[in-house]
Design a binder for this molecule. Sequence first.
Ligand code: GDD
Ligand code: MG
Length: 331
Amino acid sequence: MQALVLAGGEGTRLRPLTTTVPKPVLPLANRPFITYMVEWLASHGFDEVVIACGFLADDVRRVLGDGKWNGTRIRYVQEPEPRGTAGAVRFAVAEGLLEGRFAVLNGDILTDFDMSALCRAHERKGARATIALIEVEDPSAYGLVMRDADGLVTEFLEKPTEKPQGGAFVNAGAYVLEREVIDLVPDGRPVSLEREVFPQLVGNGLCGCPVQGYWLDIGTPERYLDATRHLLEQHSPDLVLVGDGCEVAPGARLGPVAVLGDRCRVEAGAVLERAVLFEGARVEREAIVRDSIVGKDAVVGAGSRLERETIVGHGARVAPGATLAGARVEG
Ligand code: GDD
Ligand code: MG
């Protein structure tokens, strides 16, 4: 079976990191994010993955290359301009890249749920479209999905403003679709699956299927850092990951949760806690980087203090002694 990964968004909530590096290519625990998705799909029997890129498409191509990546066939489709989540699928179908039944994934989910089980549930129900569902406390950043006892979707509400009582099931950004669903997508303008197509399919073959396991959308700084912790918990017991060619001064304190890309430098007295440095970044002496992300080749000046999900853009410089909270520093 084929999977289409939607990878054409602009990643606005991770700017300025995503101004020049597309979200699917951003490193997560020192690996381009999209590689986790392709591996996960391959482990559930998808032998071909089509990547729908738009924004900074060439960078996405460079990561996975043309042809096969670790045994999975990779193809690309590039919209002439952003067509929205449904428009991108329609475009891929029109270009002849998808056939019959296929899966569609948001390109920013880190997950291990059983995607093949979702395909089986779809088939069993004879659905036209099946949405994977995850339970969250607060659905406001997601697509809220209500279902009846048979698992048929009774309402799909993207980014709801009112919070239902208790937990809620939301769209996990993973679907199985029949080809005919795409005939509902109008041509010639951007169309959203979540805002137009799914609401239209309610009562018309749209199923929701709760899935189990780890799931996170990495599209905000907070969730990007949470996903980093999750990966470190699996592979680095001390919750620290240091890339090749880094220099860490003896008096520096790393972790819990610190990732250094290749060739980073951390000077004496610096503190990195729930912090990610992209390759070539430098944290000067006595600086504190907490709950923050530092872009490629950026410099955090001596004695400065970064916290509350500050993002320092690629090549940017934070002045010595500066105090930043929730800031965005352009490169
Ligand atoms: N090719 C293409 N073209 N891809 C696009 C476009 C487009 O015009 N617009 C968005 N995408 C891609 C993004 O790159 C991303 O991978 C995915 O579609 C979803 O877009 P986000 O911007 O990340 O949406 P979101 O996180 O606010 O909400 C979506 O994901 C939630 C789960 O993580 C929705 O699908 C929600 O319903 C869902 O709950
Ligand atoms: Mg997202």
